[in-house]
Design a protein around this ligand. Structure first.
Ligand code: NAD
Length: 478
């Protein structure tokens, strides 16, 4: 099997070791062999990016548009093939994976347009005969560090704006899903970018990620991943005054009020809690349900969960694929034990499943009789494990929804405009969902959270420019 290499300064380069990419639906299936780099590769990539920066920073918007539009068009044209690769390496179902690839293609198209829309301001001065204008300039070399759960969409929503606004990129993919990252890098390598503008160095977080974070020539780090890693990155970046943007975990609540449409609520809860195997930072993990609908809701959830098909991500009709790897599976099982020990009731799932092929299959779990102080309601599990928390009324539900160290998404199911509007104003999260699952976002609007979920400016949509540009104000005597 040919080893897929790193991409540095316009060339495909050997790494210092090789790692297999394993299919979590079938661990006998090796998808490919991928090079891993070390600090010396980061050094080469940053040097190449730094050398390329002056040219790319002053490239025309048309040149940037052309490259990004090319990348987006090819991703869209190959969405079925790339979706298959993504489902095979990450374990989300084929339709979910194709949807993610489609999102990635559209993100490149959107940021192709943003390159043309990078306008500044013209502001009358308070002094006579003086004019003031502002422009946005790129920040320099950016290090982009991503997690495994969206192997092409998250790289897309960092790489596309970085390039659109004239930055040079060193991209560090996640260890577990190199296939999609490599395929994306291969497309980018043919998009007409000058050498050194885009570089990809796969490798471990503690070696490659760390070298990027500490490199004095990296002007900014955009990171998506866990809170623990995000905190250490923030401390190091602040120390050397590099710009940072962190998107981290969630423990997202979905409030279900007595007046909710039961079908809408159950659909939102099943989709939000269990689809993509619950491995989404926006997943609903706390279902906060008011007294009057509680028992009906739990019963309807169990009925729906009985019908979910958990199987190979590539098999037609699969609703939920496997967990990404052995350690995530062990973590889910450990939290099921914790939940039981804390006195909550496991009413469905929560066990390892056997399927025709040997993979990391786990039965989506539902706990009832939980309270918001329990560890299963405080920690991000990052798997298909949801809890039901009983609330007396809307006020108590809102208080519990906000009582969490996280603040990414927050949802409510209700038919009352009064409660929906109140929730919209008082839920402490970056994204609010009304009668919709907490997961599932558009590609052209701002994305991000509050409290422990996010740090720094928003990603995506027109807000992405806040991180990838710096403002220059010019005064001119007329
Ligand atoms: P992780 O924090 O373990 O790893 C994320 C990335 O950081 C990987 O590329 C990893 O190699 C790298 N890394 C690890 N240690 C590093 C270090 N010391 N220095 C520099 N880089 C380092 O997270 P994960 O397990 O890949 O992903 C799951 C987490 O990601 C969950 O907490 C989830 O909520 C979060 N996530 C957040 C969002 C969001 O936008 N808010 C989206 C998806 C996932």
């Amino acid at each position: 099997m040919e080893t897929k290499k790193l991409f540095i300064n316009g060339e495909w380069v050997e790494g210092s070791s090789v790692k297999a990419n394993i299919n979590p639906s079938n661990i006998q299936d090796t998808i490919g062999m991928y090079s891993e780099g070390d600090a010396s590769h980061v050094e080469l990539a940053v040097k190449a990016a730094k050398t390329a920066f002056p040219g790319w920073a002053y490239s025309t918007p048309q040149q940037r548009f052309n490259a990004l539009d090319f990348i987006g068009s090819e991703i869209l044209a190959r969405q079925d093939e790339l979706g298959r690769l993504l489902a095979r390496e990450e374990g989300k179902t084929l339709p979910e994976a194709v949807g993610e690839v489609n999102r990635a293609g559209n993100i490149f198209k959107f940021f192709a347009g943003e390159a043309l829309r990078n306008s500044g301001d013209y502001i009358p001065s308070v002094r006579p005969n003086v004019i003031v204008d502002t422009v946005r300039e790129p920040i320099g070399v950016v290090g982009l560090i991503v997690p495994w759960n969206f192997p092409i969409a998250i790289p897309a929503w960092k790489i596309a704006p970085a390039l659109a606004f004239g930055n040079c990129v060193v991209f560090k993919p996640a260890e577990l899903v190199p296939g999609s990252a490599w395929a994306l890098s291969e497309i980018i390598s043919r998009s007409g970018l000058p050498k050194g503008v885009f570089n990809m160095v796969k490798g471990s977080g503690t070696v490659v990620g760390n070298a990027l974070v500490n490199h004095p020539d990296v002007a900014g780090i955009s990171f998506t991943g866990s809170v623990e890693v995000g905190r250490t990155i923030a401390a190091k970046c602040v120390q050397r005054m590099a710009k940072i943007q962190l998107e981290m975990g969630g423990k997202n609540p979905l409030v279900i009020l007595d007046d909710a449409d039961l079908d809408v609520a159950v659909n939102a809860a099943i989709q939000g809690s269990y689809y993509s195997t619950g491995q989404r930072c926006t997943a609903s993990s706390r279902l906060i349900v008011t007294e009057g609908i509680h028992d009906k809701f739990v019963q309807a959830m169990i009925e729906r969960m009985k019908k979910l098909k958990i199987d190979d991500a590539l098999t037609s009709g699969t609703d939920i694929g496997p967990v990404v790897d052995a350690s995530q599976l062990a973590k889910n099982l450990e939290y099921v034990d914790i939940g039981k020990k804390e006195g909550s009731k496991l009413v469905f799932g929560g066990e390892r499943l056997k399927r025709e092929k040997d993979g990391f299959y786990f039965g989506p779990a539902l706990f009832t009789e939980t309270n918001n102080a329990m560890q299963i309601n405080r920690d991000e599990i990052f798997g298909p494990v949801a809890t039901v928390i009983r609330a007396k009324n809307y006020d108590e539900a809102l208080t519990m929804a906000n009582d969490t160290p996280f603040g990414l998404t927050s949802g409510i199911c209700t038919q009352s405009l009064k409660f929906a509007n109140h929730f919209k104003q008082h839920a402490q999260a970056g994204m609010i969902m009304i009668n919709l699952p907490t997961a599932g976002i558009d590609y052209h609007v701002p994305f991000g959270g509050r409290k422990g979920s996010s740090y720094g400016s928003r990603e995506q949509g027109s807000y992405a420019k806040e991180f990838y540009t710096t403002v220059k104000t010019t005064y001119t005597m007329a």
